[in-house]
Design a protein around this ligand. Structure first.
Ligand SMILES: [Fe+2]
Length: 419
């Protein structure tokens, strides 16, 4: 009798384990270092769940006849466990968040091709698209939606904004770029998990930077880049302490360099990052160079300089074409600047910072007191701001257009190829 009970018990345990295998969550596709042939996926499964696999094929292979499978590298992740947070009802909680982190790097993909993928025997089919070999592509650029369980309208505002941008283009985007602060408290695991359930995370490759909010737990009790690192699978080509957080990738003929401003607050931290940026640019020749970080180039409220002063000399020297930032919740942008002055566009860097997109944490414009000669446009709707940008790339230009919540274009800037 005892034996029968043991067998029954083992069967139940096996059944539970098998069910757990089916439940992949916090799934995201990130670019590989060469995004035309390599895509990197991250997903999580229950603690102690068995080996997990990804099955993928091109979207035109509707019967999955040519599908390939790849087994994930798996590790236990405990960085989010027992962190002080809030539930969706606003209750104070400690999150129970231990899980297996699964990652794959899918190589030898065909450029400019849309793929579909499934994880284990999960019915959900998700997509990613590889970059084209040439520079004809479209990106959405969004930031600062501060996903927060008690206030789901924030995420809704940002996701609706992405739909408006989709409607403003003839085709789906090739990639979504985010400029940080997508989570209110990066230590709150449930916020990431529910954010990634939204359709843009199932449909697109995301390439983002770590914002101060993504880097913190409630009340700044903990600050670490490991929240961002464990909810993405970015290329491991950053520098010491920033692997999977700072990274670079080539998209068409454009080199993207992604920075973590939380490690650049001290001058030694800044020097370390700048040394790395110089090396990446020297070793990865590209037609366009784009640098992204979360902290603003200018305080959009007044026009006063911020990170612009710390980076402009390097950008001049290294020929950075476009600098993207966020954080200030006020859109601000320049034309091409070189040596502190506007050029005719044949040399220099265009600086753009995104507005917020959560309809809640925006800032009013104040008196424009500084940098009138170099800032071309500022925009905010006040506290309730929702805006984002579309970037249309060709071999000769990057064209960025700010859209408001209705999809109405507000401001456009063109970055010219210089090499
Ligand atoms: Fe923010």
């Amino acid at each position: 009798m005892k034996h029968i009970f043991l067998t029954l018990f083992a069967t139940i345990v096996l059944a539970i384990t098998t069910t757990a295998q089916n439940n992949a969550y916090t799934v995201i596709a990130n670019p590989g270092q060469d995004a035309s042939t390599t895509i990197r996926l991250n997903w999580h499964t229950a603690e102690n769940s068995p080996q997990s696999i990804c099955c993928y094929t091109t979207t035109d292979d509707t019967s999955w006849a040519n599908a390939k499978t790849i087994t994930a590298t798996q590790e236990l992740c405990t960085v989010f466990d027992s962190i002080y947070s809030k539930s969706s009802t606003g209750a104070d909680i400690y999150e129970d968040a231990r899980f297996m982190r699964n990652t794959v790097e899918i190589k030898a993909l065909t450029p400019d091709t849309r793929y579909m993928y499934r994880i284990d025997d999960n019915a959900t089919v998700r997509n990613f698209k590889t970059a084209p070999a040439d520079n004809n592509w479209t990106a959405a650029i969004i930031s600062d939606f501060h996903a927060y369980a008690p206030l789901p309208a924030r995420t809704r505002a940002a996701m609706n904004m992405l739909t408006k941008l989709e409607n403003a283009t003839t085709e789906d985007f090739d990639i979504i770029l985010h400029v940080g602060d997508i989570i209110a408290w990066g230590g709150s695991y449930s916020f990431w998990k529910s954010l990634y359930e939204n359709s843009p995370f199932k449909k697109y490759v995301w390439a983002g930077v770590n914002g101060n909010h993504d880097n913190m737990s409630r009340g700044y009790a903990l600050q670490t880049n490991q929240f961002f690192a464990n909810t993405n699978n970015n290329p491991h080509n950053g520098y010491d302490g920033e692997m999977g957080v700072c990274y670079h990738f080539t998209y068409g003929n454009t080199l993207f360099i992604m920075l973590n401003n939380e490690s650049m607050t001290s001058s030694s931290g800044l020097n370390k990052a700048q040394k790395w940026v110089r090396e990446v640019i020297a070793n990865n020749p590209a037609r366009f160079i784009v640098v992204m970080e979360h902290y603003q180039w200018f305080y959009g409220t007044s026009g006063k300089s911020s990170q612009y002063e710390r980076w402009r000399k390097l950008f001049d020297e290294c020929g950075v074409d476009l600098a993207l930032a966020a954080n200030n919740h006020v859109y601000a942008r320049t034309n091409a600047l070189y040596d502190g002055e506007e050029t005719d566009g044949t040399r220099g860097t265009v600086y753009v910072q995104t507005p917020s997109s959560d309809n809640e944490r925006g800032q009013e414009l104040q008196k424009w007191t500084d940098n009138h000669n170099i800032i071309q446009h500022r925009w905010s709707e006040g506290t309730k701001t929702v805006g984002a940008l579309l970037m249309q790339a060709t071999d000769n230009t990057l064209t960025l257009t700010l859209h408001d919540r209705n999809g109405t274009p507000i401001d456009t800037v063109t970055v010219n190829a210089k090499r």
